[in-house]
Design a protein around this ligand. Structure first.
Ligand code: ADP
Length: 510
């Protein structure tokens, strides 16, 4: 058993009982999914998967090595070359496959809810009622795109040339996803990649492989030809790196850390693979005195603590106008201290789950200690939870005050429920401070003054600006980062661009 993981998890009193299919999946042997079926890896090498709510062993996953990745990539290549998903399948039929997969995801909401709640500790209700419908929405939205992948005509020489463009799939696409919203992050990439006609090899995060494998089973039920959608499980430096290095992969779509993205960009230089990246953030959230303060406190709280702070968009730099600062901080602390915690599968409703691993818990506690020793005040929280949750990786929502812009907790992504609250006095000042970051994923502004809102929305460097709200995304709306938060935009038509090539055709007739 891996370090830190304790005995195997069985049924727990006070938890939602396992769905029979979840029980079956947890009892299943370690497999990957290649060419339409679950298969064992060549070496049989495995890795333990823990439930972060209990620290106990949940499942044993297969660890695919470079040979297994090669088999998966070849299966995807054969499927792509065969045209089974493109030239020999009418767009309307490909559309039906994606639509049917959306329906099957909804049908299996309880199963997906349990798999992701167990694997990453998120409250079951937020997965089954949030991530699952959002994932289904992605497949339904991109199902619509399949029949609308049109090109253009160009009036270059109307008398002797017919010039037009078409959109074609890129080929075999490797998708590497993180553990924080396992099903949803996979769906953000799979739906547009498949809609555009690519064949894919998905590598989910090693901490959360279960929902990806179940999704692959459902793709077969939805009528996908074998080889179109493959899943390899395993850790990043082995399985992920093999996928990136494989010459048969035409593009990598990645969501994760800046450090891994740097290694992917470097490794992909060898064959100039296409790469799109959705990376971290250190999102500023700015509250002006004319905002609806009750909504702003609630919004600022959830911007930070949502998914226990394990969101790339987390609004962890909270700038509050000095005129309202003291009252705002008091309300924030009151709300943060009232939040409840529980295991992903706890049957009693609760607000927050654990962090993903004991390593991540130690890292977050380390960031808090380092801020405190640099003069920050821990105004709320700052500790691991004890009592009945002591075996899981739970941490109190943490509010830091008396922080300066140069502290690491203000500059680096923490991936825990830790917010640094800082006063400001002037709009130009706060815009400059908001932009003083290597990240540019998202930002928030809370104000009822249109001029203020427009100024902040136009001058803050971020791929998404939320005004008097936080955290909303939808399949139709582009999402991605400026600066070191990424390359390219997912969702909407932008993701079709990300997963297709434009071909121009010059046809002379004279
Ligand atoms: P996080 O910090 O959110 O865990 P990572 O960037 O470490 O993010 O991981 C995101 C995904 O990238 C996971 O699926 C992980 O296995 C994968 N990964 C990690 N290292 C590599 C690598 N060297 N090459 C390819 N994929 C990797």
């Amino acid at each position: 058993m891996s370090a830190g993981i304790t005995g195997r998890q069985g049924p727990i009193a006070g938890h939602i009982p396992f769905h029979p299919e979840v029980e079956r999946l947890l009892a299943s042997p370690p497999t990957v999914f290649i060419d339409g079926q679950r298969v064992q890896t060549r070496t049989g090498s495995t890795a333990d998967v823990a439930d972060p709510s209990s620290g106990q062993l949940l499942w044993v996953a297969a660890e695919a090595d470079a040979d297994d990745v090669d088999v998966a990539v070849r299966a995807a290549r054969v499927a792509f070359q065969s045209g089974a998903w493109t030239v020999h399948m009418k767009p309307a039929d490909r559309q039906r496959c994606l639509w049917r997969l959306a329906e099957l995801i909804e049908r299996d909401a309880e199963i997906f809810g349990q798999l992701d709640a167990l694997d990453c500790g998120r409250p079951y209700a937020t997965v089954a009622g949030g991530d699952v419908p959002a994932s289904a929405e992605h497949f339904a939205y991109y199902a619509g795109w399949v029949t609308k992948l049109t090109g253009r005509t160009y009036p270059v020489d109307p008398e002797g040339m017919h010039v037009y463009s078409v959109r074609e799939p890129i080929g075999v696409v490797g998708l590497i996803t993180p553990w924080n919203y396992p099903l949803l992050m996979a769906s953000w990439k799979l739906a547009p990649a498949l809609a555009a006609g690519n064949c894919v090899v998905l590598k989910p995060a090693e901490q959360t492989p279960l929902s990806a494998l179940h999704l692959a089973d459902l793709a077969m039920e939805a009528g996908f030809p074998p080889g179109v959608f493959n899943v390899v499980t395993g850790n990043g430096s082995l399985t992920g790196a093999a996928l990136v290095a494989h010459r048969g992969v035409d593009k990598i779509g990645f969501t994760g850390s800046v450090e891994v993205a740097q290694s992917i960009v470097a490794a992909s230089a060898i064959d100039l693979k296409r790469v799109s990246l959705e990376l971290g953030g250190k999102s500023p959230n700015i509250v002006f005195p004319d905002a609806d303060l009750e909504r702003a406190v609630e919004g600022a709280l959830w911007a930070t603590v949502g998914n226990s702070g394990q969101s790339c968009t987390a609004g962890t730099r909270l700038y509050v106008h000095s005129r309202i600062y003291d009252d705002f901080v008091s309300s924030l602390i009151a709300k943060a201290s009232a939040l409840t915690h529980g295991a992903g599968m706890a049957s009693v409703d609760h607000d927050l789950g654990p962090l993903i691993t004991s390593t991540q818990l130690d890292r977050v506690l380390g960031w808090i200690d380092s801020a405190a020793s640099s003069g920050a005040t821990i105004a709320q929280g700052g500790h691991q939870l004890g009592g009945p949750l002591a075996d899981g990786y739970f941490i109190e929502p943490t509010v830091l005050t008396d922080v300066t812009d140069d502290l690491e907790v203000v500059r680096e992504e923490i991936f825990g429920p830790v917010v640094a609250v800082m006063p400001f006095t002037d709009v130009d000042e706060v815009i400059a401070r908001a932009n003083d970051s290597r990240f540019g994923l998202a930002a928030g502004v809370w104000s009822t003054n249109l001029a203020t809102v427009h100024e902040v929305a136009s001058k803050v460097q971020a791929g998404t600006i939320w005004v008097n709200t936080w955290g909303l995304t939808a399949a139709a709306v582009p999402f991605g980062g400026m600066k070191q938060s990424g390359h390219g935009r997912e969702m909407g038509e932008d993701a079709i661009d990300l997963y297709s090539e434009t071909k121009s055709v010059w046809m002379g007739w004279t």
